[in-house]
Design a protein around this ligand. Structure first.
Ligand code: HAM
Length: 418
């Protein structure tokens, strides 16, 4: 029978890599705490409607990328393609933002999109996501952008570019949308097939089409800043001033519209030159109408998600520090078969005292055990003499020095040395 492989676009995070993932998540977690964000855990599948209404019917995600299936009860279920809609659903369902209360929430985990796999793009990928709910003012946008920048600063990512834009609101965007339709309609013959279908449904998406001909047309498109209402203009100016106050540099890109329909006002991305075509390590923005789109009372929100897989790629490429790989500190070696039981008892004692330790459970020879012990700080050796005297020999594997001490002092001895 043929061996079964992982589905296309998924991959296994093996031990050689998983400790680095933990480092990234721990760094993000500490940064979230420092910024006052609390962890929230959400279901990985939700009702399909949450995403079709939340992310938007005309987005690529909803139109062609979702893993949607009917469950045994006949309900349409979707593996989450992103986290924001789920966080909003949870906030509404659990009354986290009633009577003007705000909530700062973060989570991390797998997301699912049926995209064409390539470098930095998977069908099951991982996001670290932060959402600030219940605050309409621009300072919240600044805080969220600062949080994402700070995570990358702590991780040591270099040469990142922060790109920001305003995509307007429900008042001014329809006007801009109409201007775009008129403009692109007069350049129909220069647009790609996909953009022709976007023309009526989602003309803003034509602005960030990667096709060179569409890009050329988009260069001459009406400027969104000329269409923003006073409120959106003021909000954008405040976000920019706030970022400048904190000393951040950023690029304005009036063609940054992002692939999710819920954005209002601020949209931003953080790009890395180390990634090739899939160059966004994080993306986010404000979404003041998402709550009403999914059936709740009005809750403004702003957040971001960063792609863990991509952060990992950039860190590897840039030789960033992942801290120390966790390793076994003490190896307890049994000189003969009679000592194996005692070795396991001492190993368990050490572990109870939070000392990372191991002993052989596979029947390896003493020589083979000592070879493994060579990579540890200490080897505890137990043979017939040690058992007879209720003692243990402890060898410092770095200096080669060895002591013989009473078994009951072993843990204290090791804890007292580095
Ligand atoms: P997004 O731009 O679709 O936004 O995804 C955010 C990040 O997830 C991207 O910048 C990228 O690093 C990573 N990512 C997306 N798709 C893939 C993929 N197929 N493979 C690997 N990495 C990927 C959102 O998802 C929004 N929910 C962000 C947000 C939060 N906006 C407001 N709050």
């Amino acid at each position: 029978m043929a061996a079964i492989s992982a589905p296309r676009g998924t991959r296994d995070i093996l031990p050689a890599e998983s400790w680095k993932w933990s480092y990234i998540i721990n760094t993000a977690s500490q940064t979230m705490r420092d910024f006052g964000f609390s962890e929230i855990h959400l279901p990985i599948f939700e009702h399909t409607e949450l995403f079709s209404r939340g992310v938007g019917e005309t987005t690529d995600i909803v139109e062609k990328e979702m893993y949607t299936f009917e469950d045994r009860g006949g309900r349409s279920i979707t593996l989450r393609p992103e986290a924001t809609a789920g966080v909003m659903r949870a906030a509404i369902e659990n009354n986290l933002c009633v009577q003007g209360a705000s909530a700062k929430l973060w989570n991390w985990g797998p997301m699912f999109r049926h995209e064409r796999p390539q470098k930095g793009r998977y069908r099951q990928f991982y996001q670290i996501d932060a959402e600030c709910l219940g605050i309409a003012g621009a300072m919240a946008d600044v805080e969220v952008i600062a949080l994402s920048i700070e995570i990358f600063r702590r991780l040591g990512l270099k040469n990142l570019e922060v790109v920001i834009n305003s995509v307007g609101c429900e008042k001014c965007r329809p006007v801009y949308r109409q201007k775009l339709i008129e403009y692109f309609d007069s350049h129909k013959d220069e647009l790609c097939e996909t953009c022709l279908t976007r023309l009526e449904r989602n003309p803003l998406r034509i602005l960030d089409c990667k096709n060179p001909s569409c890009g050329h047309v988009a260069d001459g498109a009406p400027d969104i800043y000329d269409s923003l209402c006073d409120e959106c203009k003021e909000h954008f100016a405040e976000v920019r001033a706030g970022l400048e106050r904190l000393g951040f540099t950023y690029t304005l890109n009036k063609r940054l519209v992002r692939g999710l329909d819920y954005y209002t006002k601020t949209a931003y991305e953080i790009l890395s030159g180390a990634l090739g075509a899939q160059n966004a390590v994080a993306g986010g923005g404000r979404y003041d109408n998402l709550s009403s789109a999914v059936g709740g009372a009005k809750i403004p929100g702003v957040g971001f998600a960063c792609g863990l897989d991509r952060v990992m790629l950039v860190m590897e490429e840039q030789g960033c520090d992942f801290g120390e790989m966790p390793k076994t500190e003490v190896y307890v070696a049994a000189l003969d078969d009679d000592a194996r039981g005692a070795a396991q008892i001492l190993t368990y004692e050490l572990r109870k005292n939070k000392i990372a330790s191991a002993c052989d459970t596979a029947g390896k020879s003493f020589k083979a055990q000592m070879k493994i012990a060579g990579a540890c700080k200490f080897a505890c050796i137990i043979g017939a003499d040690e058992i007879a005297n209720n003692a243990v020999s402890i060898k410092d594997m770095r200096s080669g020095s060895q002591v013989n001490i009473s078994m009951s002092d072993a843990v204290k001895y090791i804890l007292g040395r580095d």
